[in-house]
Design a protein around this ligand. Sequence first.
Ligand SMILES: Cc1cc2nc3c(=O)[nH]c(=O)nc-3n(C[C@H](O)[C@H](O)[C@H](O)COP(=O)(O)O)c2cc1C
Length: 183
Amino acid sequence: MNALVINCSPVRDGATAEIVRITAAELAKSSDVKTICIDDYSFAFCKGCRSCHTTAVCVMNDDIPRIIAEFEQADIIVAVSPSYWADIPGQFKAFIDRCTPWCNTHEPHASISRGKKGFAIALRTGPSMRECERVISSIEHFYGHLEIECRGHLGLCSVECRDDVLPHKEEIVAFCREVVAPL
Ligand SMILES: Cc1cc2nc3c(=O)[nH]c(=O)nc-3n(C[C@H](O)[C@H](O)[C@H](O)COP(=O)(O)O)c2cc1C
């Protein structure tokens, strides 16, 4: 089983990165794990030209196919995203917009292989889970249109920086057991 754990924050060594580290270490007990950070890649914003609605390919040529190649390799995808202004960070949203060639709302569209399982972990500084749910909903909306099956999510509140992750470690480890659990 191949697992891909994505740091959807532009911060490579922050709280999201710490959750990615814990998640990857736990999944590595039973899977081959690759971690990536959205900030490892260079890509432009979607221009909304809709060429991909008729061609299933993007007119731009940058790192988006490299990220999609990582999705293609994975059986399990875990997106870990902080709340930035009550939603996913702009860098991750820009990536999602550029996935329109793979979006199943138009024909023709590109496709990644079927059977992938998607999970979402949201974190935020504030105390209310409702905002985590909004972040999770953005990720699951994306998974749905790429036909990645949404299999579970976790919200973590009161997380501002790396050190705030430690009190949530057991919760994250328990969630990872669900990620690798058989059907
Ligand atoms: C630009 C920005 C916007 C943020 N907006 C929110 C917010 O709307 N609600 C919230 O609870 N936390 C917000 N936060 C806090 C982050 O969700 C929190 O610090 C998280 O742990 C950041 O993880 P990171 O450092 O790995 O990106 C924001 C942080 C930044 C940098």
